[in-house]
Design a protein. Structure first.
Length: 455
């Protein structure tokens, strides 16, 4: 009997030891996977559920864009077009030698997809305001200007996508798109975009992207420039952390200015692998119920100039970092310059800038409020202020302009230049989706806004 008890005790200790080792290995494996693949706990949980449920009825339901709660329509009220928008149809005199193709009910060409098929290089495509449900297109001609007129036409994909990619695929070079609304793009790969850029050089202004799996998905043409301005991105993302407000690949230059990005679903507001990045005077917000990951993700190094942005990290944010910069090696002209931004953190903790590269990030004149560490990684910083909500006019309504008693007034420094590019802020984002020249009254104020008594 004593021998049996001894054997049972040995077996119990062996099983306990095996269990403890397995637990340690499991914890280490989870930690390794989250760090290796840059996953938040929520994103990791989604991946595990998908793997466990693969092939089951539950898995099939989750993987279907049409039935997934992540891409269901969110309550959303459209903001008006930017004051900078011009929706008047062009006259023949304004068009010059360019052909105008008019699209909409009552015209010879009623649908944008029909216009895409007959478009010639240099055409101006004018689309009348109204809803175009389920109409998707591939634009192949070069040097097009595609614009909404007499209001903002709505391209409601209704779950459809051109070539299984996007509402619009732009394959031609040097295309400008303005005054268009894109919504409800869904594809099997869970990255259905409002616009999928595959050509060289794309300009987007005064557009609205909402409830897509990706707002804009840019290509990797290393000679291409993508510029986006005066546009709104709302409730984009599938909800798996792999789709974002806007995502551009390894292009030459990315310019993102005067935009409002909010409520990205677990993904990043702005994600870029461009060689040069200019992220200027935007409003990047989680607000009360948003759960985005990074506000800005520069995942391939390069030159990143981030000036004059208003950034809010919500209490439900999936990641603790707001700006993420990653590069394994230092390349020529690489640099991270974070200047005159205003940041409000509502999360229980966070990091303003996560620098995962060998370069020394430069942080100047930033105003940071909330439980937020300034930076993780190598950096050189000056004249950054850790303030409180009393610095702002109305932080509860996300009005982060300075009040008259703010210690950020006149507390900045001239940020100088880099590669001949001035780092001094010259504009301010004005909500909704507008701008103004930044006034200069005495020394530069810290943060995205200059106090002039008008807020």
């Amino acid at each position: 009997m004593q021998l049996l008890r001894l054997i049972l005790r040995i077996i119990w200790h062996v099983l306990a030891a095996v269990g403890l080792v397995s637990l340690c290995v499991g914890v280490f494996g989870i930690h390794w996977a989250m760090n290796t693949y840059n996953l938040t706990p929520g994103q990791f949980a989604i991946k595990v559920i998908e793997k466990l449920g693969s092939g089951s009825a539950l898995s099939q339901k989750v993987s279907s864009p049409e039935s997934s709660p992540q891409v269901a329509k969110s309550k959303y009220s459209r903001l008006p077009l930017s004051k900078q928008a011009n929706t008047k149809p062009f006259t023949e005199a304004e068009a010059g030698t360019r052909r105008i193709v008019r699209v909409g009910p009552g015209h010879k060409i009623e649908l944008p997809s029909q216009a895409a098929r007959i478009a010639k290089p240099g055409d101006i495509i004018e689309i009348d305001a109204g809803e175009y449900f389920g109409d998707v297109a591939v634009w192949r001609a070069n040097n097009l200007m595609i614009r909404g007129v007499s209001g903002r036409p709505h391209l409601n994909a209704g779950g459809r996508a051109a070539e299984g990619k996007a509402i619009w695929v732009t394959r031609g070079n040097n295309i400008t798109i303005e005054n268009i609304e894109f919504s409800d793009a869904k594809v099997r790969d869970r990255n259905g975009a409002g616009i999928r850029s595959e050509g060289m050089d794309l300009t987007i202004r005064n557009c609205l992207f909402h409830n897509n799996e990706d707002g804009i998905l840019g290509g990797s043409n290393r000679e291409s420039t993508i510029m986006v301005e005066y546009s709104e991105f709302a409730y984009n993302g599938y909800g798996d952390g792999q789709s974002h407000g806007i995502y551009v690949g390894s292009i030459k230059r990315f310019v993102f200015q005067y935009n409002y990005v909010h409520h990205s679903k677990i993904g990043h507001h702005v994600k870029s692998g461009a060689k040069e990045n200019f992220i200027l005077y935007n409003r990047l917000m989680d607000e009360e119920d948003g759960n985005s990951s990074y506000a800005i993700d520069i995942f391939n190094g390069g030159l990143a100039i981030i000036i004059g942005n208003t950034i809010h990290q919500g209490k439900l944010a999936e990641n603790f970092s707001l700006i993420h910069y990653h590069s394994k090696i230092e390349k020529p002209r690489d640099g991270l310059y974070v200047v005159n931004n205003t940041v409000l953190n509502s999360r229980h903790n966070g990091i303003f800038v996560s620098n995962r590269s060998p370069i020394e990030a430069q942080l100047m004149n930033n105003l940071v409020v909330g439980r937020l560490k300034l930076i993780d990684g190598r950096f050189k910083g000056t004249h950054n202020i850790k303030g409180d909500k009393g610095y702002f006019v109305n932080p509860n309504r996300y009005n982060l302009c300075l009040n008259p008693n703010s210690k950020a007034i006149n507390a900045g420094i001239d940020p100088g230049k880099v590669h001949g590019i001035s780092l001094t802020p010259v504009a301010e984002y004005m909500h909704p989706i507008s701008r103004r020249d930044r006034p200069r009254i005495g020394p530069l104020d810290v943060g995205a806004f200059e106090f002039d008594g008008s807020s």
